[in-house]
Design a protein around this ligand. Sequence first.
Ligand code: GBH
Length: 480
Amino acid sequence: NPDRDRAMTGTFQQGFAWGAATAAYQIEGAWDEDGKGASIWDTFSHHEGNIYGNHNGDIACDSYHKIYQDVELMKQLGLTHYRFSISWPRILPDGTSKTINQAGIDYYRELIDALLEANIKPMVTLYHWDLPQALQDIGGWENDMIVVYFNQYADVCFREFGDKVKLWITFNEPSEFIKEGYETGCLAPGLKHQGTSVYRVAHNVLLSHGTAWRTYDNKYRASQKGMVGICLVCNWAIPYSNSKEDVDATERFIMFMFGWFANPIFGSGDYPEAMKQQVMMKSREQGLTSSRLPDFNEEEKSLILGTMDFLGLNYYTTKRVRHLASPTYPASLDADQDLHCTYDDDWPTSGSTWLRPVPWGFRELLRWVKNKYNNPPIYITENGFSDPNLESEGYPNLDDICRSKYIRSHINELLKAYIMDDVDIRGYMTWSLTDNFEWCDGYSSKFGLYHVDFTDPSRPRTPKTSVKTYRQIVKDNGFL
Ligand code: GBH
């Protein structure tokens, strides 16, 4: 479709949220300061061999000590919103509300006040992957008690910060931290529990989300008047061929990545049919008498369904999907899907093997979400690009033209979705404000609009070219 890539001019509605996103463990540092408890990421990154170059987030961008510098960067960009996450063990060192760490509360209060002072609204993620180690020691998300502890934590946050925070996100990308944390072992806590654990963990995450949303709804909504949503990451996917097998595999791919959480919360009220059938079939092949995917009882269904004031959508890339039957053993989330993902060779590369910029896939995904899930309000909570070829281009390469292009083309597709497809889009947060600790890639992978020198103890920030690009779009509220 030759028209597909043509840029359009136009603007978003007044009051559109323009932001940047970060996460506590990736930027804060101060990993054991002022009474903070250890998180699973402290444990995981301190264990040799888990992270590229044995990097860790002990200091990271030192954002814990740089509130005002970071807010200054946001002011330079002209942002109206900032999405950050709270470190659970910084405010509840052992995970439970038995002990509240006042210094942690004070830090987030200071950050929130600095933002509001600069006329920037906070959007706060409760869980961006840094579970208190004390809770991991009793099984983490595999222990059904986690629902109670997450609710205690959410309740403390709503109570302490809810007078000033009006946009809450319970979880960032459950599909990712569950798969990589409990099955492949690539992310903390680094477990390799194959085949069943991921589904049980997801069940507990969904119950935790629903319970926390209801706490807000019952105790805080009337006085605080905020909104609570969840961030789901979804790739767009297109079939490898027109065969029914490949088309079905593509649908399955999206259901395993997105529908797994979207359907129980704001769709059918249950796991997707394609997923139920597929995991049941695989489980039978393995000689099991019941599916590895748990059933919801009616009480659980009604606890979870409808617990969403907005969808936080993270979009990075698109995949081409074909059907491929997996061997019966070992059982895994991947094997359960019977598919294989590739990309087209003419999709540009980035610094991350998994990330190929496909801007039109963004619009397709938005249109699909609108039609499939009855037009939910959507904030784009992450979208971003990693600097390519650091060595060959010389580093630091501050002239990040690829990122500028990525940002411009993706926001333009977002504009098309808003204007031409009537998608209910409320805002856009770019990932990320600064280069930061990119999980298992450590500091080797750079997603920031601002460069950070991690060899310098003062962690200086320097704008890349994309700062100008994004600032202009924000200023124009789109493309004039
Ligand atoms: C986001 O996840 C995270 O929320 C954020 O913390 C992170 O810094 C940012 O992305 C950049 O990575 O294709 O098998 O190699 C993005 C989700 C992460 C999902 C990488 C796919 C690779 C899986 N993606 N992951 S694979």
